[in-house]
Every structure is written in C-alpha cells, then in structure tokens.
Design a protein around this ligand. Sequence first.
Ligand code: PXP
Length: 246
Amino acid sequence: MLKLGVNVDHVATLREARYRGRERGEPDPVAAALACEAAGAHGITVHLREDRRHMQDRDVWKMREAIKTRLNLEMAVAPEIVAIALRLKPDIVCLVPERREEITTEGGLEVAGNLAVITETRKRMNDAGIEVSLFIAPDPAQIEASARAGSQFIELHTGAFAEAFDQEAHRQAELERLIAGARQAHALGLNVNAGHGLNYQNLQMLHQVPHLVELNIGHSIISRAVMTGLTTAVQDMLRLMAGYPG
Ligand code: PXP
C-alpha cells in the first residue's frame, strides 16, 4: 500500500506569520500532525530549516513526543541540524538542499558532487538508528550516487512533473523520467519515495510510477484543509492514493 506522509510545515508558517519570536501561538503544528494521524496518515514530515522560518526547535521535540506514526525530519547537511537530528532521533531523515532565498525546497540534492559528506552523514544517522533518504531529481547520476552513499531511501523530486502538469508533452517527459528513475533506484536496492508539488489533480498520473513506498505531501493538503478541515483533506488524498498498483 502506498503510504502518505503529511508535511505540516505550512501550519507553522501560518503561526509564524502572526506569532514570530513568541513561545506559543496558533495554529499548532503538533495538533495538526495528530489530526493527520487520526485521519489515516502513515507519517508526519517536518523540515527544520536553518533559518527556522516555520518549524521551531520546540515543535520538533514536541512532535517526537506526540506522534505515534513515523517522524520524517527534512534537513540540510548542516552541522547544527545534524547534531539536533542525532539527539532528536526521528525515524528517518530526508537530506535536502537548502537555500535561504527559496520559497520551498526547489532543487534536488547534489549527491554525486558531495558523496563523501553525504556518505559520512548517512553513516552517522544509521549508527544512531535513524534511516536516511536523499531528496533527488530523477537523474541517473544522482540515483547511482545515492546507492553508493548507502542510503536506504531516495525521495524523487516530483516538482518538475508538477510544474509541467498543464503542458501535455512536457508532463509526459517528466513522468517518464520519474518512471525510469524509480526503476533504476529499485534495481539498485533503494526504497523509493516521492514528493513536492503533488496535489489532488496530478496524483492519479503518478500511479504510473512503479515501486513507490511513500509520498510526502504538504502544500495541497494544508491548503485544502483551510476549506474542508484536515480530516477530510487527508482522507481525500488517501482515497486518491488507494488505487496505486504497487
Ligand atoms: N518532500 C520534500 C523533500 C520537500 O522539501 C517538500 C517541501 O517542503 C515536500 C516533499 C512537500 O512538498 P509540497 O509542500 O509541495 O507538497
């Protein structure tokens, strides 16, 4: 069964818009995570960015305490955040590139060009009992490098596919890159997740990508939740994912 990890960063984004620098405020991302779990989500994803623009340190510690499913911590390979992750012990970390000027994680991780530091971080996480995923473009060289780094998972960056969704030929090309990437990764022994830009419109087409274990979805679910509530938003997404052939 294809699993859903809900990224609740945007709940913290909304809180920070009003309560930045304060110790509390609404909405509470931990309460949102619990509502997602109650609605059937298989995991919760949070990104502790170096600039702390949405999730704060106190959030990830409370999250670790409160949630009953799997905690996926998205993070840059930055010494401060690596140290926090090793203490926090999420179930899995997803290593992502991070640039301060970006709105969200815009590109995939350059694994091939940073193999030594990524392999070292991967080992430190695994030694602490934390699984590792690498957020990469569906690029053969990055997939190959992810296997060489010894990662357990990759997360295929679906942003280009999502961006191309309204242009049929371009969309098909991006879908084929994802299909080829998933096949290559699976053949190399990597578990394959996917995420970024997935929504209630483009999800059905993603069923053509084989070997997927989990999707990480944030913006579309939190946006729909403003209109319908989180329970309905999560359940609607789970319904769209249910027919995944595996
Ligand atoms: N996966 C990763 C690695 C991400 O960085 C993000 C964005 O934070 C997502 C998934 C979720 O993307 P979206 O909010 O577009 O669903």
